[in-house]
Design a protein around this ligand. Structure first.
Ligand SMILES: Cc1cc2nc3c(=O)[nH]c(=O)nc-3n(C[C@H](O)[C@H](O)[C@H](O)COP(=O)(O)O)c2cc1C
Length: 311
């Protein structure tokens, strides 16, 4: 009997639907045991979100400060043949509950010498978060062998409007009846089954050496170079804001509310004014840095870790 553990967190259930679709081909095999472990924060994050708590999670997300989570229940005395770690992005970083699980001793123990596949369900900016997850997995002695990313395919600015509507009102339907549905489309979720078939094949032969190349060919990961440059730029600014807000206290501290309002105003202005300007700058930048950007896209699509890039 081979064993797989699925470690995941989800608020709306979207990520669980994605994982279930990937695992469909596995469920017909009686020689594979699948263990689900849902990450549960001791103090749940609200869904739908209240506006202030949505922004209050920003500094801790960006600084990768973990929250307390309920003890993980899986039996760590037994070996797992594969770990699937499914997480979403909060403010360009692994969501707080997800990264908290990676810091847990129990996870650090089972990940040693074990292949890991990451599954991301987010809006569209995940690249730098995945570098952090890669680092944590490799540092704990695990081996990342695959990465599947599902995004919202709407244009960036439209996606911002629809996701805010979804997260604040909790409805995954068309905002005002005219906007596209928020989040990952049902068609893309259903299509994940083909990634599952590819994983199952390599899992049976215990050879994951070509898995990510196969997944890339199946378009399990697609990187837009424009968004990559945009993300790298925003990430630097987010770190400065996070440090500034953290100086006024920890999550839930009333003292940091004025700074949070200041940040909200900045974010709105940045989306309206800076985002379009930045898109033009990125396009010009891309014209001159075609080769290095191509290399970056290749690197970030893959699962190996370039220590130089991360230090
Ligand atoms: C506080 C917060 C911040 C988010 N920031 C990002 C982000 O920076 N990049 C991104 O692609 N998606 C972002 N998202 C969207 C999530 O990655 C995810 O798609 C959505 O929350 C649904 O996930 P669920 O499976 O937990 O329901 C954010 C969501 C939340 C709640």
């Amino acid at each position: 009997m081979k064993r797989i553990i699925i470690l995941y967190y989800t608020q709306s259930g979207q990520l669980k639907d994605i994982v279930d679709s990937i695992l469909k081909p596995f469920k017909v095999d009686e020689n594979i045991e699948i263990v689900y472990e849902k990450i549960t924060p001791e103090l749940p994050y609200p869904f739908p979100w209240k506006i202030l708590s949505f922004f209050d999670s920003f500094p801790e997300s960006v600084s990768n400060i973990p929250c307390k989570i309920e003890p993980l229940k899986f039996d760590s005395n037994q070996r797992f043949d594969l770990i699937i770690f499914a997480y979403q992005i909060w403010y360009l970083n692994p969501s707080i509950p997800s990264i908290s699980a990676l810091y847990e001793q129990k996870f650090q123990f089972i990940v040693k010498n074990t292949p890991v596949i990451t599954v991301i369900g987010c809006r569209n900016m995940w690249i730098l978060a995945q570098e952090k997850v890669k680092n944590l997995i490799y540092n704990a002695g695990g081996k990342l062998v695959g990465n599947i990313v599902l995004i919202d395919r709407s244009p960036n600015l439209i996606g911002i409007v629809t996701i805010v509507y979804w997260l604040i009102f909790g409805k995954k339907n068309r905002f005002l009846g005219i906007f596209p549905k928020p989040g990952v489309s049902k068609k893309d979720i259903d299509n994940c089954q083909i990634f599952g078939e590819t994983i199952l094949n390599d899992f049976k032969y215990n050879d994951f050496s070509q898995l990510q190349n196969k997944l890339i060919n199946q378009k399990a990961v697609k990187i837009s170079s424009g968004l990559l440059i945009f993300e790298q730029r925003i990430s630097r600014i987010f770190k400065i804001w996070a440090k500034f807000i953290l100086k006024s206290g920890n999550a839930g501290d009333k003292k940091r509310i004025p700074k949070l309002y200041f940040f909200i105003v900045y974010l709105i202005l940045a989306i309206i004014i800076l985002a379009p300007v930045s898109t033009i700058i990125s396009a010009i930048y891309l014209l001159f840095r075609k080769n290095s950007t191509k290399k970056d896209v290749e690197y970030y699509s893959n699962v190996f870790l370039n220590f130089k890039k991360n230090n």
